[in-house]
Write a protein that binds this ligand. Sequence first.
Ligand code: FAD
Length: 441
Amino acid sequence: MAWDFETDPEFQKKLDWIEDFMREEVEPLSHLGLAVYSSEGRQKFIKPLQQQVKDQGLWACHLGPELGGQGFGQLKLGLMNEKLGRNGLAPTIFGCQAPDSGNAEIIAHYGTEKQKEQYLWPLLNGDIRSAFSMSEPTGGSDPLTFQTRAVLDGNEWVINGEKWFSTNAKYAKVLVLYAITDPDAKDPYRRTSIFLVPTDTPGVEIVRNVAVGAGGEIGGGNEAYVRYNNVRLPYDALLGDRGAAFVIAQVRLGGGRVHHAMRTVGACRHALDLMCRRAVSRTTREGRLADLQMVQEQIADSWIAVESFRLLVLRTAWLIDKHKDYQKVRKDIAAIKVAMPKVYHDVATKAAHLHGALGVSNEMPFMHMVNSSLVMGIADGPTEVHKVTLAKQILKDYQPDNDLFPSYHIPKLREEAQKRFAKELGEIREHYAARRQAEKA
Ligand SMILES: Cc1cc2nc3c(=O)[nH]c(=O)nc-3n(C[C@H](O)[C@H](O)[C@H](O)COP(=O)(O)OP(=O)(O)OC[C@H]3O[C@@H](n4cnc5c(N)ncnc54)[C@H](O)[C@@H]3O)c2cc1C
């Protein structure tokens, strides 16, 4: 009997340390805004905190020990990430910031020694940053529509194409690029390869940067529109095998989606926490907001939604630890990817609403949360695509009924049951017939 919802005491100590560290160190720092992210700010504020995390053995916990991580597994990581998820700065402090975390993971899995030397160790140390350059401006949901091409010229690749929303490309030392190398391969999923492209390679052009959300300057933001103009790379700029981009992507995207969901649990719990704090603090003529039934309904619904989502995420993490194969947990990962934006959006909207005008202002975190929930329904693939994956995975275990009426049609089931229990039913009938006779006599 192994259904256990308790954290073992040793790991709880680590979670308690993270809780205190988040409250005392990370959260105050996150209120300093952009100053923290400048190169001076990173040295002054971020590096010392990263060192504390390393000293605690909590750095880059999504990776195994051979790669400088702790090899905690996904369930422990899930419990950790819940705490990190309530603050946007925390993943940087703990060495698990997307897209670097996912990029490091695939370089670790598929990189040559030279590639690891060049990119993996500096990424893990937080010395360089990277970008993931897969989506294209013509459409990101269906990777089979991508057009960026890499053509061999002697022993060099020549790459041409455009990529869209390559997050952090402007800070990146290396771009993890998807390009078609084998357009004639029979299997369409074997046509694309991954390249590691140094950002300063001639021909790499950031056309413009795009920001998420309303406001801000056009051209600002972290989402790069990148053009690759006759970019020449040596043959060994390939990451992994030629034609293996989709296989490699599953490693990256599978893990990334789960880690986002884990952090979103933390963000949702944070929104609910603030909602409850407001409900017991703000009063109307009828008393506290918390005493109004409609507010109580919102709090109850939010709690149920967030805790159900949390259990689904932790169960998915547990399944990944069990199977050690993202393919086997595809259904569950798709499910949490679909649930994530909805639960987050609902609870963040309710929390904003309960705070009234203050809630929709830039003096509270809720509008940012609502924005993030919308992003989560798009980044790493839109909700609709994941619903299709989920439904297909569920349906593959079902066989068709070939009769006009299905096998679970009640008259049919009744007939089968009557046949099966004919003897017992006969005995019961005889029993009552005999009783009626006796009563008549
Ligand atoms: C903040 C953010 C960061 C990102 N970072 C990166 C990054 O670092 N690297 C990277 O490569 N990409 C990144 N992306 C891009 C992301 O992966 C794509 O936006 C996503 O795959 C959707 O592609 P699209 O935007 O072109 O939308 P489209 O493919 O045009 O889809 C638009 C809408 O059409 C509908 N739709 C599409 N397909 C289907 C379908 N099969 N069934 C039903 N409805 C459908 C959905 O409603 C969907 O939202 C990022 C996106 C965001 C928002």
